[in-house]
Design a protein around this ligand. Structure first.
Ligand SMILES: Cc1cc2nc3c(=O)[nH]c(=O)nc-3n(C[C@H](O)[C@H](O)[C@H](O)COP(=O)(O)O)c2cc1C
Length: 304
Protein backbone atom coordinates (compact mmCIF):
# COMPACT_ATOMS: atom_id res chain seq x y z
CA UNK A 1 0.00 0.00 0.00
CA UNK A 2 1.40 3.38 -1.03
CA UNK A 3 2.45 5.64 1.84
CA UNK A 4 1.72 9.28 1.20
CA UNK A 5 2.42 11.34 4.27
CA UNK A 6 1.59 14.70 2.63
CA UNK A 7 -1.92 13.48 1.82
CA UNK A 8 -2.66 11.63 5.05
CA UNK A 9 -5.52 12.93 7.12
CA UNK A 10 -7.44 11.96 10.22
CA UNK A 11 -11.23 11.98 10.09
CA UNK A 12 -12.93 11.53 13.46
CA UNK A 13 -9.82 9.70 14.68
CA UNK A 14 -9.64 7.35 11.69
CA UNK A 15 -6.24 7.69 10.08
CA UNK A 16 -6.57 7.76 6.29
CA UNK A 17 -3.54 7.57 4.03
CA UNK A 18 -5.22 10.05 1.70
CA UNK A 19 -8.61 11.80 1.60
CA UNK A 20 -10.45 9.99 -1.21
CA UNK A 21 -12.96 7.17 -0.72
CA UNK A 22 -16.05 5.89 -2.54
CA UNK A 23 -19.51 7.25 -1.83
CA UNK A 24 -22.17 4.93 -0.42
CA UNK A 25 -24.01 3.04 -3.14
CA UNK A 26 -20.97 2.61 -5.36
CA UNK A 27 -19.59 -0.96 -5.31
CA UNK A 28 -19.78 -1.38 -1.54
CA UNK A 29 -22.46 -4.08 -1.49
CA UNK A 30 -20.58 -7.28 -2.39
CA UNK A 31 -17.21 -8.96 -1.90
CA UNK A 32 -16.40 -8.41 -5.57
CA UNK A 33 -17.38 -4.74 -5.32
CA UNK A 34 -15.22 -4.20 -2.22
CA UNK A 35 -12.28 -5.87 -3.99
CA UNK A 36 -12.69 -3.52 -6.93
CA UNK A 37 -12.79 -0.55 -4.59
CA UNK A 38 -9.63 -1.72 -2.86
CA UNK A 39 -8.00 -2.09 -6.28
CA UNK A 40 -9.00 1.47 -7.18
CA UNK A 41 -6.88 2.83 -4.33
CA UNK A 42 -9.57 4.29 -2.02
CA UNK A 43 -8.35 5.07 1.50
CA UNK A 44 -11.49 3.65 3.10
CA UNK A 45 -14.42 1.55 1.94
CA UNK A 46 -17.94 2.89 2.41
CA UNK A 47 -20.70 0.29 2.17
CA UNK A 48 -23.97 0.58 0.33
CA UNK A 49 -26.65 1.64 2.80
CA UNK A 50 -27.67 -1.54 4.65
CA UNK A 51 -31.19 -2.01 5.99
CA UNK A 52 -32.58 -4.51 8.51
CA UNK A 53 -33.80 -6.86 5.78
CA UNK A 54 -32.40 -7.31 2.28
CA UNK A 55 -34.15 -5.10 -0.27
CA UNK A 56 -34.70 -5.73 -3.98
CA UNK A 57 -35.10 -2.06 -4.82
CA UNK A 58 -37.03 -0.74 -7.80
CA UNK A 59 -37.41 -2.42 -11.17
CA UNK A 60 -35.37 -0.97 -14.07
CA UNK A 61 -34.91 1.61 -15.36
CA UNK A 62 -33.21 2.78 -12.17
CA UNK A 63 -30.48 4.92 -13.75
CA UNK A 64 -30.68 7.74 -16.29
CA UNK A 65 -27.29 8.99 -17.52
CA UNK A 66 -27.45 12.72 -18.22
CA UNK A 67 -24.99 15.02 -19.91
CA UNK A 68 -24.24 16.69 -16.58
CA UNK A 69 -24.74 13.86 -14.10
CA UNK A 70 -26.77 10.86 -13.23
CA UNK A 71 -30.32 10.35 -12.04
CA UNK A 72 -30.89 7.23 -9.96
CA UNK A 73 -33.72 5.58 -8.12
CA UNK A 74 -32.20 2.30 -7.01
CA UNK A 75 -34.59 2.11 -4.05
CA UNK A 76 -31.94 1.14 -1.50
CA UNK A 77 -31.43 -2.33 -2.98
CA UNK A 78 -28.98 -4.01 -0.58
CA UNK A 79 -28.12 -7.41 0.91
CA UNK A 80 -29.31 -6.47 4.42
CA UNK A 81 -27.38 -5.85 7.63
CA UNK A 82 -26.57 -9.55 8.16
CA UNK A 83 -24.12 -9.24 5.27
CA UNK A 84 -22.10 -6.57 7.06
CA UNK A 85 -19.60 -9.02 8.55
CA UNK A 86 -18.59 -10.26 5.09
CA UNK A 87 -18.00 -6.70 3.84
CA UNK A 88 -16.02 -5.77 6.95
CA UNK A 89 -13.83 -8.89 6.64
CA UNK A 90 -13.05 -8.10 3.00
CA UNK A 91 -12.03 -4.49 3.67
CA UNK A 92 -10.00 -5.40 6.76
CA UNK A 93 -8.17 -8.15 4.88
CA UNK A 94 -6.50 -5.33 2.92
CA UNK A 95 -5.96 -3.19 5.99
CA UNK A 96 -8.57 -0.61 4.98
CA UNK A 97 -11.02 0.99 7.38
CA UNK A 98 -14.68 0.42 6.56
CA UNK A 99 -17.49 2.88 7.09
CA UNK A 100 -20.83 1.11 7.26
CA UNK A 101 -23.78 3.07 5.93
CA UNK A 102 -27.04 2.17 7.64
CA UNK A 103 -30.63 3.12 6.87
CA UNK A 104 -33.39 2.66 9.41
CA UNK A 105 -37.03 3.69 9.34
CA UNK A 106 -36.96 5.02 12.91
CA UNK A 107 -34.55 5.49 15.84
CA UNK A 108 -35.10 1.91 17.07
CA UNK A 109 -34.14 0.42 13.71
CA UNK A 110 -31.06 2.62 13.60
CA UNK A 111 -30.16 1.32 17.07
CA UNK A 112 -30.37 -2.33 16.00
CA UNK A 113 -28.42 -1.67 12.80
CA UNK A 114 -25.71 0.20 14.69
CA UNK A 115 -25.26 -2.60 17.23
CA UNK A 116 -24.92 -5.16 14.48
CA UNK A 117 -22.48 -3.05 12.44
CA UNK A 118 -20.18 -2.35 15.36
CA UNK A 119 -20.32 -5.95 16.61
CA UNK A 120 -19.16 -6.93 13.14
CA UNK A 121 -16.13 -4.64 13.31
CA UNK A 122 -17.22 -1.44 11.50
CA UNK A 123 -14.69 1.36 12.01
CA UNK A 124 -17.36 4.04 11.70
CA UNK A 125 -21.02 4.36 10.83
CA UNK A 126 -22.60 6.61 8.25
CA UNK A 127 -26.26 7.29 8.99
CA UNK A 128 -28.25 7.65 5.81
CA UNK A 129 -30.64 10.46 6.75
CA UNK A 130 -30.98 11.77 3.25
CA UNK A 131 -31.88 9.25 0.53
CA UNK A 132 -34.53 11.27 -1.39
CA UNK A 133 -36.39 8.51 -3.22
CA UNK A 134 -37.21 5.59 -0.90
CA UNK A 135 -40.38 6.22 1.13
CA UNK A 136 -39.93 5.48 4.83
CA UNK A 137 -36.13 5.86 4.69
CA UNK A 138 -33.62 8.68 4.33
CA UNK A 139 -35.27 12.08 4.24
CA UNK A 140 -38.47 10.53 5.60
CA UNK A 141 -36.71 9.25 8.72
CA UNK A 142 -35.17 12.62 9.28
CA UNK A 143 -38.18 14.80 8.64
CA UNK A 144 -37.97 16.82 11.86
CA UNK A 145 -35.14 18.02 14.08
CA UNK A 146 -36.50 15.95 16.94
CA UNK A 147 -36.40 12.71 14.92
CA UNK A 148 -32.87 13.54 13.78
CA UNK A 149 -31.85 14.02 17.40
CA UNK A 150 -33.58 10.80 18.44
CA UNK A 151 -31.69 8.84 15.77
CA UNK A 152 -28.41 10.41 16.89
CA UNK A 153 -29.15 9.53 20.54
CA UNK A 154 -30.09 5.95 19.76
CA UNK A 155 -26.91 5.32 17.76
CA UNK A 156 -24.48 7.22 19.96
CA UNK A 157 -25.71 5.27 22.98
CA UNK A 158 -24.29 2.02 21.58
CA UNK A 159 -20.74 3.11 20.80
CA UNK A 160 -17.74 5.29 21.38
CA UNK A 161 -16.64 4.75 17.78
CA UNK A 162 -17.18 7.52 15.23
CA UNK A 163 -20.66 8.11 13.87
CA UNK A 164 -21.00 10.14 10.67
CA UNK A 165 -24.37 11.47 9.51
CA UNK A 166 -25.17 12.05 5.86
CA UNK A 167 -27.46 14.91 4.87
CA UNK A 168 -28.70 16.30 1.58
CA UNK A 169 -29.00 19.98 0.76
CA UNK A 170 -32.10 21.72 2.03
CA UNK A 171 -32.87 25.11 3.48
CA UNK A 172 -32.68 23.79 7.05
CA UNK A 173 -29.24 22.30 6.60
CA UNK A 174 -27.59 24.50 9.25
CA UNK A 175 -30.25 23.62 11.84
CA UNK A 176 -30.01 19.91 11.00
CA UNK A 177 -26.22 19.91 11.11
CA UNK A 178 -26.27 21.82 14.40
CA UNK A 179 -28.77 19.44 16.00
CA UNK A 180 -26.71 16.40 15.04
CA UNK A 181 -23.42 17.89 16.21
CA UNK A 182 -25.04 18.90 19.51
CA UNK A 183 -25.99 15.24 19.96
CA UNK A 184 -22.39 14.15 19.53
CA UNK A 185 -22.39 13.13 15.86
CA UNK A 186 -18.70 13.09 14.95
CA UNK A 187 -18.80 14.10 11.28
CA UNK A 188 -21.24 15.21 8.63
CA UNK A 189 -21.24 13.74 5.15
CA UNK A 190 -22.45 16.40 2.70
CA UNK A 191 -24.28 15.89 0.35
CA UNK A 192 -26.57 13.11 -0.79
CA UNK A 193 -28.31 13.30 -4.17
CA UNK A 194 -31.05 15.87 -4.64
CA UNK A 195 -34.50 15.04 -6.07
CA UNK A 196 -34.83 15.07 -9.84
CA UNK A 197 -36.86 13.72 -12.74
CA UNK A 198 -36.34 13.02 -16.45
CA UNK A 199 -39.22 12.58 -18.90
CA UNK A 200 -39.37 10.52 -22.09
CA UNK A 201 -40.99 13.03 -24.41
CA UNK A 202 -42.37 10.38 -26.79
CA UNK A 203 -43.80 8.12 -24.09
CA UNK A 204 -44.84 11.27 -22.19
CA UNK A 205 -43.84 9.59 -18.97
CA UNK A 206 -41.06 9.87 -16.40
CA UNK A 207 -38.21 7.53 -17.39
CA UNK A 208 -37.47 6.08 -13.96
CA UNK A 209 -39.81 3.35 -12.73
CA UNK A 210 -40.04 5.30 -9.49
CA UNK A 211 -40.81 8.44 -11.57
CA UNK A 212 -38.32 10.57 -9.62
CA UNK A 213 -34.86 9.89 -8.29
CA UNK A 214 -31.70 11.45 -6.92
CA UNK A 215 -29.50 13.69 -9.04
CA UNK A 216 -25.72 13.35 -8.68
CA UNK A 217 -22.52 14.30 -10.47
CA UNK A 218 -21.37 17.64 -11.93
CA UNK A 219 -24.92 19.07 -11.80
CA UNK A 220 -24.87 19.08 -7.98
CA UNK A 221 -21.20 19.90 -7.45
CA UNK A 222 -21.67 23.64 -6.80
CA UNK A 223 -24.48 22.79 -4.38
CA UNK A 224 -22.15 20.40 -2.54
CA UNK A 225 -19.34 22.97 -2.36
CA UNK A 226 -21.79 25.59 -1.07
CA UNK A 227 -23.21 23.23 1.55
CA UNK A 228 -19.80 22.10 2.82
CA UNK A 229 -18.60 25.71 2.94
CA UNK A 230 -21.69 26.96 4.77
CA UNK A 231 -21.69 24.19 7.38
CA UNK A 232 -17.91 24.36 7.89
CA UNK A 233 -18.01 28.14 8.34
CA UNK A 234 -20.71 27.82 10.99
CA UNK A 235 -19.44 24.81 12.99
CA UNK A 236 -15.81 24.01 11.97
CA UNK A 237 -16.89 20.38 12.22
CA UNK A 238 -15.39 17.31 10.59
CA UNK A 239 -17.00 17.09 7.15
CA UNK A 240 -16.74 14.52 4.39
CA UNK A 241 -17.66 16.08 1.06
CA UNK A 242 -19.59 14.35 -1.72
CA UNK A 243 -21.14 15.61 -4.91
CA UNK A 244 -19.63 15.82 -8.35
CA UNK A 245 -16.02 15.03 -7.46
CA UNK A 246 -15.04 13.92 -10.96
CA UNK A 247 -11.49 15.21 -11.10
CA UNK A 248 -8.82 16.69 -8.82
CA UNK A 249 -10.14 20.26 -9.08
CA UNK A 250 -13.68 19.38 -8.04
CA UNK A 251 -12.36 17.17 -5.21
CA UNK A 252 -10.03 19.91 -4.03
CA UNK A 253 -12.82 22.49 -4.08
CA UNK A 254 -14.68 20.40 -1.51
CA UNK A 255 -11.52 20.25 0.65
CA UNK A 256 -10.89 24.00 0.41
CA UNK A 257 -14.54 24.50 1.41
CA UNK A 258 -13.96 22.50 4.60
CA UNK A 259 -14.10 18.78 3.82
CA UNK A 260 -11.43 16.58 5.43
CA UNK A 261 -12.15 13.81 2.96
CA UNK A 262 -14.02 13.40 -0.31
CA UNK A 263 -16.33 10.65 -1.51
CA UNK A 264 -16.61 9.74 -5.17
CA UNK A 265 -19.85 8.31 -6.56
CA UNK A 266 -20.81 9.28 -10.11
CA UNK A 267 -17.11 9.64 -10.95
CA UNK A 268 -16.79 5.84 -10.89
CA UNK A 269 -19.55 5.59 -13.51
CA UNK A 270 -17.98 8.24 -15.72
CA UNK A 271 -14.29 7.39 -15.42
CA UNK A 272 -14.09 3.92 -13.93
CA UNK A 273 -11.75 2.73 -11.19
CA UNK A 274 -8.84 4.92 -12.32
CA UNK A 275 -10.59 8.02 -11.01
CA UNK A 276 -9.12 7.70 -7.52
CA UNK A 277 -5.47 7.76 -8.67
CA UNK A 278 -6.29 10.52 -11.16
CA UNK A 279 -7.64 12.73 -8.38
CA UNK A 280 -4.71 11.95 -6.10
CA UNK A 281 -2.12 12.64 -8.81
CA UNK A 282 -3.73 16.02 -9.48
CA UNK A 283 -3.82 17.00 -5.81
CA UNK A 284 -0.18 15.93 -5.34
CA UNK A 285 0.90 18.03 -8.31
CA UNK A 286 -1.12 21.00 -7.05
CA UNK A 287 0.53 20.71 -3.62
CA UNK A 288 3.99 20.56 -5.19
CA UNK A 289 3.28 23.59 -7.37
CA UNK A 290 1.75 25.69 -4.60
CA UNK A 291 4.18 24.58 -1.87
CA UNK A 292 1.45 23.09 0.35
CA UNK A 293 3.12 20.84 2.92
CA UNK A 294 0.11 18.92 4.16
CA UNK A 295 -3.50 18.28 3.28
CA UNK A 296 -4.39 19.55 6.73
CA UNK A 297 -3.39 23.09 5.83
CA UNK A 298 -5.71 23.07 2.81
CA UNK A 299 -8.87 21.98 4.65
CA UNK A 300 -11.28 24.90 4.81
CA UNK A 301 -8.67 27.36 3.56
CA UNK A 302 -11.19 29.03 1.23
CA UNK A 303 -13.46 29.79 4.20
CA UNK A 304 -13.20 33.22 5.81
C1 LIG B 1 -26.37 4.70 -8.11
C2 LIG B 1 -26.27 5.43 -6.82
C3 LIG B 1 -26.61 4.80 -5.63
C4 LIG B 1 -26.51 5.47 -4.41
N1 LIG B 1 -26.83 4.83 -3.25
C5 LIG B 1 -26.66 5.47 -2.06
C6 LIG B 1 -26.89 4.78 -0.84
O1 LIG B 1 -27.20 3.60 -0.79
N2 LIG B 1 -26.74 5.49 0.30
C7 LIG B 1 -26.37 6.82 0.34
O2 LIG B 1 -26.23 7.41 1.42
N3 LIG B 1 -26.13 7.48 -0.82
C8 LIG B 1 -26.25 6.84 -2.01
N4 LIG B 1 -25.99 7.49 -3.17
C9 LIG B 1 -25.56 8.91 -3.12
C10 LIG B 1 -24.02 9.01 -3.17
O3 LIG B 1 -23.43 8.35 -2.09
C11 LIG B 1 -23.56 10.48 -3.19
O4 LIG B 1 -23.91 11.11 -2.01
C12 LIG B 1 -24.15 11.27 -4.36
O5 LIG B 1 -24.26 10.47 -5.52
C13 LIG B 1 -23.32 12.50 -4.69
O6 LIG B 1 -22.01 12.16 -5.06
P1 LIG B 1 -21.56 12.00 -6.60
O7 LIG B 1 -21.96 13.26 -7.31
O8 LIG B 1 -20.07 11.82 -6.53
O9 LIG B 1 -22.25 10.82 -7.15
C14 LIG B 1 -26.08 6.83 -4.40
C15 LIG B 1 -25.73 7.46 -5.60
C16 LIG B 1 -25.82 6.80 -6.80
C17 LIG B 1 -25.44 7.51 -8.07
Amino acid sequence: MRKDSKLSVSVTGIELRHPVMNASGILGDSVEGVRRLIGSGVSAVVTKTLTLEPREGYLPPILVPLEYGLLNAVGLANPGIDYVETLVREAHSSGLPIVVSIGGRDPDEFHVLAVKAFESGADALELNLSCPHTPGYGVDTASTLSTLKAVADSVKSVTTKPVWAKLGYNRSILDEAGALLEKGIDALVLINTIPGMAIDVYAKKPILTNRYGGLSGPAIHPVAVYTVYTVYREYRAHIVGAGGALDWVSALELILAGARAVQVGTGFYVKGLRIIEEILDGIREYMDKTGAKSLEELIGSAVD
